[in-house]
Design a protein around this ligand. Structure first.
Ligand code: HXC
Length: 516
């Protein structure tokens, strides 16, 4: 065999070894758990034939005496490829090699693609499946995590960072996703915790299985850590591709525009009668959103957590927008601690990535109660104020019904810097609802009346005439226009077009001090 042929044959053999990861048995074990291998996942995530691998020959640098097998690639596949023709950098942890755990060189590979993503202004996507810090490498593993976390933070708001959790994500493998923009999990197969069941049993004596400790049910409805949950790995990777379509490649670009199939001039007659005449009867804000945005374009984020608030990405007239709203069907759309956190985080993500924010308001205000006050509703609610005031992207609000008290102010009100404020004729803008207000302001008058119940009712009707409509607020300049609900889509498209070149530089500073 000619020398050149021998070299090529050797390279091909080594490459094949790289592809084998932790070996055929472990790949079989991975498949038997209903999980794909890291390479199969990359094939599903990226446009066909676009993946280019980097640093596949890296191995750990432990001494021979450690006895640790030297797997090529060190348990993570890194490189770049394309999603819908746009470049992305990726890493996929290989659970067949040391359970996808992170050591010095594994961490080096991840940092390398993160740096390349930043340098080239492209998103970075992590496919995680990992037991966390690699025990055999001690402090080197911990240091490697710190290197990743620092990059997660420094690149936050510069390039989109998406984490897809496709297996266990323990310890450090949970903290890195928590620092990224979006986390997608898969039912049954992915879970996330800082310390695993074994450690918990030793330290606290509690017995818990991984699913109960940190499965999708927990993170989508209790902790709020997961942004989206899929039924299968295939769905999760498809979702990741789809989400990226709403975001620009970096913070100086605009999100991709897609030629709309839905008519920009479409009016929706049903919207004119969607708000019930009874002010306390609920309706579905989800339906309002679906009727206004481009058909089938709405992806709700964190749909299972703090359901009294709605956040999600959609398109209007082909342009990407962030939607924030209340769901009056759930706790009357009140704003509580979790809803505050949900809204804040989403508003800030949109603002980082030049996604205009459209806010639909129907809320009786902040949730009263000792639990909420002691839990820090002041601090959490203040975050919503902070996020809306700080955001410089185009901001438009539509008050569909209640905008009482704090809810009026925090939900993208005019003097927080919102560009266009619309109200539907059903809007009720006041310091509080009629019953509460009358009981406070006219307490003595009602008590002194010959028929207190009738007097109270009369005062409630009077209050409603004055405040339970948008005309008082519009007359004082707090609302830019009162529109028919059916024309909301058309108005939003026109407003967004007029705000496309919005220039609102923030005063120079190191960074603000959001009340976290
Ligand atoms: C080295 C590890 C490992 C680890 C798993 N493995 N965790 N190797 N360091 N941390 C190896 C196993 O030895 C095994 O090797 C392979 O990975 C698969 O693990 P299994 O236990 O067989 O798989 P499974 O039953 O699916 O359980 C997966 C698991 C469990 C839930 C992740 O292994 C586990 O609980 N590991 C520890 C998780 C943990 O507490 N991590 C926290 C680390 S501390 P073989 O050779 O058999 O294939 C941390 C601190 C960071 O991360 C701090 C940041 C702030």
């Amino acid at each position: 065999m000619a020398e050149e042929d021998r070299r090529i044959t050797e390279l091909r053999a080594i490459r094949e070894k790289v592809r084998q990861g932790g070996g055929a048995d472990r790949i079989k074990r991975q498949h038997s758990k209903g999980k794909l291998t890291a390479r199969e996942r990359l094939d599903l995530l990226l446009d066909p034939g676009t993946f280019n691998e980097l640093e596949p020959f890296i191995t750990h640098q432990l001494d021979e005496e450690s006895g640790a097998n030297r797997y090529l690639g060190d348990g993570v596949i890194t490189g770049y490829g394309q999603i819908d023709g746009r470049t992305v950098y990726v890493y996929a942890q290989d659970f067949t090699v040391y359970g996808g755990t992170l050591g010095e060189m594994h961490g080096h590979k991840i940092c390398r693609v993160m740096d390349l993503a930043l340098r080239n202004g492209t998103p970075i996507i992590g496919l995680l499946d990992s037991g966390g810090a690699r025990i055999q490498e001690g402090v080197k593993s911990l240091g490697a995590y710190a290197e990743i976390f620092r990059r997660n933070v420094q690149y936050s708001g510069v390039i989109p960072q998406i984490s897809v959790l496709l297996g266990p994500c323990a310890g450090g493998a949970a903290y890195s996703p928590a620092l990224t923009d979006l986390i997608i999990m898969v039912e049954k197969n992915s879970y996330m915790f800082l310390t695993g069941p074994e450690v918990i049993r030793t330290v606290t004596g509690e017995i818990v299985d991984p699913e109960t400790l940190g499965g999708t049910d927990v993170h989508q409805s209790v902790s709020g850590t997961a942004h989206l949950v899929s039924k299968s790995e295939q769905d999760a990777l498809f979702l990741c591709r789809k989400l990226l379509g709403f975001l620009p490649s970096n913070n100086v670009e605009n999100p991709p525009y897609i030629n709309p199939v839905d008519d920009p001039l479409r009016m929706d007659e049903e919207l004119n009668s969607i708000i019930p005449l009874d002010p306390s009867a609920p309706y579905q804000m989800h339906e309002v959103i679906q009727r206004i945005v481009d058909q089938e374009s709405f992806i709700e984020i964190q749909p299972g957590w703090a359901q009294n608030a709605i956040v999600g990405l959609a398109r209007i007239g082909g342009h990407s927008v962030g939607i924030v709203a209340q769901e009056p069907n759930i706790m009357a759309g009140v704003i509580d601690i979790n809803a505050s956190d949900k809204i804040t985080r989403f508003v800030r993500m949109c603002d980082c990535f030049n996604v205009p924010i459209i806010t639909f308001v129907d809320s009786p205000g902040f949730l009263p109660g000792i639990d909420q006050e002691h839990g820090g509703i002041i601090r959490h609610g203040a975050k919503v104020l902070y996020a809306y005031s700080e955001a410089t992207v185009p901001k438009i609000s539509v008050i569909t019904r209640k905008a009482y008290g704090g809810a009026y102010v925090v939900m993208s009100s005019k003097y927080l810097g919102t560009d266009v404020n619309y109200a539907w004729p059903s809007a009720e803008i006041a310091v509080m609802g009629a019953e509460g207000a009358v009981n406070i302001v006219y307490k003595n008058q009602i008590a002194a009346a010959a028929d207190p119940a009738a007097e109270r009712e009369r005062l409630i009707q009077e209050y409603r005439r004055q405040f339970s409509n948008p005309y008082y607020a519009a007359g004082a300049g707090y609302i830019d226009d009162i529109i028919e609900p059916r024309e909301t889509r058309v108005k939003l498209i026109a407003s967004l077009a007029a705000l496309r070149d919005k220039y609102a530089p923030a005063p120079p500073r190191k960074h603000g001090n959001i009340p976290v």
